[in-house]
Design a protein around this ligand. Sequence first.
Ligand SMILES: NC(=O)c1ccc[n+]([C@@H]2O[C@H](COP(=O)([O-])OP(=O)(O)OC[C@H]3O[C@@H](n4cnc5c(N)ncnc54)[C@H](OP(=O)(O)O)[C@@H]3O)[C@@H](O)[C@H]2O)c1
Length: 277
Amino acid sequence: MDIHHQPVVLITGCSQGGIGHSLARAFAAHHCTVVATSRSLSSMEDLDQDPRFFLQELDVQSDDSVHRTLNNVLHKYGRIDVLVNNAGVQCVGPLAEVPLSAIRQTFDTNVFGTLRLIQACVPHMAARKQGKIVNIGSVIAMAPGPWSGAYTSSKAALHAITDTLRLELSHFGIDVVAVVPGAINSNIGQSAAATYSCMPEWKLFKPFEAAIRQRAYFSQKSKSTPTDKFAKHTVAAIMRKKPPAWLSLGHYSFIMAIMYHLPLFVRDFILRKAMKC
Ligand SMILES: NC(=O)c1ccc[n+]([C@@H]2O[C@H](COP(=O)([O-])OP(=O)(O)OC[C@H]3O[C@@H](n4cnc5c(N)ncnc54)[C@H](OP(=O)(O)O)[C@@H]3O)[C@@H](O)[C@H]2O)c1
């Protein structure tokens, strides 16, 4: 396909080793021009010399950063066809004791960061009467368990935002897709552990310290789905003429869909056992 007619896809959080990076490669393999963004260009070094990628530094928490990137992309390509809100952070700790600043930081990235990109991109997509917005949620919001309440509630908010936008934006020819990963191998465990090391000592929850700490790596098991496999299937679905409203893939995605429908007392019993709560 002529490069000028290829769909232009902007993805947040494309650091090497994560889902965003694999999505960037999978979109490129699907003949898209990919604006791969992350907080630091050095985290996407391997994409640097490949003409299929336009690399940009973008922090979803910053208005300036978002507007600078958008201006650069519109100047270079004149449009954004697909926006993938992938950037996200985990936050581990008991909700009754996690500092509000850490919860705010989680929502600033996962919820307000996503909304910042959406509000910046929608006018351009609406003017062309076409576009796709993809929000990366999480299966954990379908059956919230202990020790990760800040993250889970941010993803639940994101699912609700996605449902609302799907209805509101359909008038402007914009499709809105919830991509809901199960457990996918990435850097999320390591970055969750790094954030966890800055948490204060728990008071009431000190006896649960070992179980809480382990929560950081819950999605990073040997059976977790490789990012490349997840990305390949996800991109194939997004690039359909009519993409699905909801797409849940990866290890645990089927189990979590069942958990969602279980009576609460059964779900609580399972989660108490699994999370040593
Ligand atoms: N892995 C899973 O099992 C799983 C399951 C369900 C949902 N998800 C979701 O999938 C998405 C990708 O996560 P991942 O698993 O690939 O984790 P990851 O490897 O830690 O990637 C997260 C990405 O988000 C970026 N990011 C964090 N804060 C940012 C900010 N303020 N501005 C811009 N980028 C920022 C990170 O950049 P830095 O490298 O600079 O930190 C990194 O590129 C997240 O939304 C996550 O919640 C993952």
